[in-house]
Design a protein around this ligand. Sequence first.
Ligand SMILES: NC(=O)c1ccc[n+]([C@@H]2O[C@H](COP(=O)([O-])OP(=O)(O)OC[C@H]3O[C@@H](n4cnc5c(N)ncnc54)[C@H](OP(=O)(O)O)[C@@H]3O)[C@@H](O)[C@H]2O)c1
Length: 266
Amino acid sequence: MTTLTSKYGPWGVIAGGSDGVGAAFAHALAARGMNVVLVARRAPVLAAFADEVRARHGVEVRTVVLDLAGAQAMADLERATADLEIGLFVYNAGGDDSSAAFLDKDLHTHLNLVHRNCASVLEAAYRFGAPMVARGRGAMVLVTSGAAWAGGAMLAAYGATKAFDLILAEGLWAEWHTSGVEVLGLVLGATDTPSMHRVLDPVGGHAGDLADPDDVAREALDHLADGPTWIFGQKTATSGSPFGAMSRRDAVLMMSRGKAGRATTS
Ligand SMILES: NC(=O)c1ccc[n+]([C@@H]2O[C@H](COP(=O)([O-])OP(=O)(O)OC[C@H]3O[C@@H](n4cnc5c(N)ncnc54)[C@H](OP(=O)(O)O)[C@@H]3O)[C@@H](O)[C@H]2O)c1
């Protein structure tokens, strides 16, 4: 029988793997017998979560504390995992937990977001994708968002980074899927995570029905080979933008209407 580890390799990495969607991926990988490397900034939260994964699934768990917005993050992560065969890489961290107009955020915050959501994602694909392609097996999941479909008010930088992730995943899929390496750009809508609640709760906001992160992770693992793009929660998950043939302007106005009055990370 083909298993996750027999198909891709013994270890998975989850960049942003201590809560929310990343934690759900950690449980989902471990439940299928894969050892996991979990990356996050808050060391105590990460250590407690790693213990939970070990206790529940009996797999090996390695933790790496680092800031994915840092210039050396991916080089450090590569060094910290150099002795492992990484068969599956999930680049999960990417939420923007402070919704505001473009000029109401300081430039440093924008640049950090771009580094974590674009430069480090590209570097992860380069550093961890290369050995997968050389081995002829592996999988990468780049978690993106419905914010990638069009620009929107209060989302300018976040949406742009998520569009980068979507297009990067599609291009990598085009190059790698014939060499045994799957790439999935996983598009999420509003999902029930601590990050989402950090945005919504202080302003009493709501984002309609929230997806369950466990469902997200399970479905993504079941469809690793159905790339390049998987739209969670959409009737046909392999279809295109929900804006369809709408003009770019109308899509932007529609995206902005949903965002201008409320805070959300989706
Ligand atoms: N939740 C939603 O409604 C929603 C909607 C659409 C798309 N998405 C996408 O889904 C993905 C996951 O979202 P999420 O809501 O679970 O929250 P998230 O804030 O993107 O991810 C949380 C995890 O990432 C870690 N993390 C965040 N920033 C990091 C950094 N700079 N360096 C290292 N680790 C970092 C967090 O731990 P530490 O804080 O300890 O570092 C935590 O483990 C994101 O890519 C997001 O864009 C989410």
